[in-house]
Ligand binder design. Structure first.
Ligand code: AMP
Length: 285
């Protein structure tokens, strides 16, 4: 296997990708913000199995952070990331400079207008505008046949699928299941912000989410399930709950009276210490 190449320049990346395409090679891209963990690596390995050339993008995208969010503090362990990419058989790390991605007169943005109204979209104004715009740019630069995203960010994956469909982008979006720590905690670069004690409490997110399946089997109503989950998260994990929502998996609209077999997403966001953590679970009613 050839060593992982690191490319910073947008034009060099795009020219290489176009050359690969001209040679008939199948390209997969995994967009990330770096600080890679085993969740990212699972996406990279899945990409390796599905394509001839694998590109990992590492870019902490300023435009998806709110003014009071953790853009400056976000971890950037580039050397360790490069090693993980090499181990996962990545062909190219594309790590552009913010000033190259967003020149001073940058003025074109992508706004998805339906799915962004809910969950994190409602709590983080402008977040998905930044995500959609940067992902569209990364897809244009890396010219992939496939792009892999994680179900950990379920709303993001859905919005990207909508954007790609609505704008006729010639790429297939693959959504990878959530990768978890042995404790159940969903892996996240932001878990690095947690103290050992906070990490222990954060494991209660997944533990209580999984209870939802049992409560549903016991015949609890949706309202009762939501109230129970909220109370347990508040007591065992953190009083600073951003949202506990039960929504339709396809539209992300809140569901009050589900119909039989309706596919639901139970999505939660809460602050534990200085980390904002999200997790979710699917439930067929
Ligand atoms: P990030 O670097 O946090 O922007 O994540 C890059 C990609 O990896 C996104 O598509 C995430 O959904 C995905 N991802 C992050 N954490 C996990 C996880 N624990 N399991 C599966 N996918 C993940």
């Amino acid at each position: 296997m050839s060593p992982t190449r690191i490319i910073h320049k947008l034009r060099i990346m795009q020219q290489l990708a176009l050359r690969w395409r001209a040679q008939g090679l199948r390209i997969a891209v995994v967009p990330t913000m770096g600080a890679l963990h085993d969740g990212h690596v699972a996406l990279l390995r899945a990409a390796r199995r599905k394509a001839d050339k694998v590109i990992a993008t590492i870019f902490v995208n300023p435009s998806q952070f709110g003014p009071r969010e953790d853009f400056a503090a976000y971890p950037r362990p580039f050397a360790a990331d490069a090693r993980r990419c090499a181990e996962a058989g990545v062909d190219v790390i594309f790590a552009p400079a913010p000033a190259a991605m967003y020149p001073p007169d940058f003025s074109t943005w992508i706004n998805e207008e339906a799915l962004t109204q809910y969950l994190c979209g409602a709590r983080r104004p402008g977040h998905f505008r930044g995500v959609c715009t940067v992902v569209a740019k990364l897809l244009n630069i890396t010219q992939p046949h496939l792009a892999l995203f994680g179900q950990k960010d379920a709303q993001q994956a859905l919005i990207i699928q909508r954007m790609v469909r609505d704008l006729n982008m010639p790429v297939r979006i693959v959504v990878h299941p959530i990768v978890r720590e042995p404790s159940g905690l969903a892996m996240s670069s932001r878990n690095q912000y947690l103290t050992a004690d906070e990490k222990g409490r954060a494991a209660g997110i997944a533990r209580n989410l999984r209870q939802v399946w049992a409560w549903h089997a016991q015949g609890l109503t949706l309202a009762a399930i939501r109230a129970k989950l909220r109370a347990l998260l508040r007591r065992e994990v953190s009083p600073q709950i951003d949202y506990v929502s039960i929504v339709d998996e396809g539209t992300l609209r809140a569901v009050r009276t589900p119909h039989k077999r309706q596919k639901l997403l139970i999505a939660v966001a809460l602050f534990v210490g200085r980390a904002r953590l999200i997790d979710n679970l699917r439930l067929t009613w």
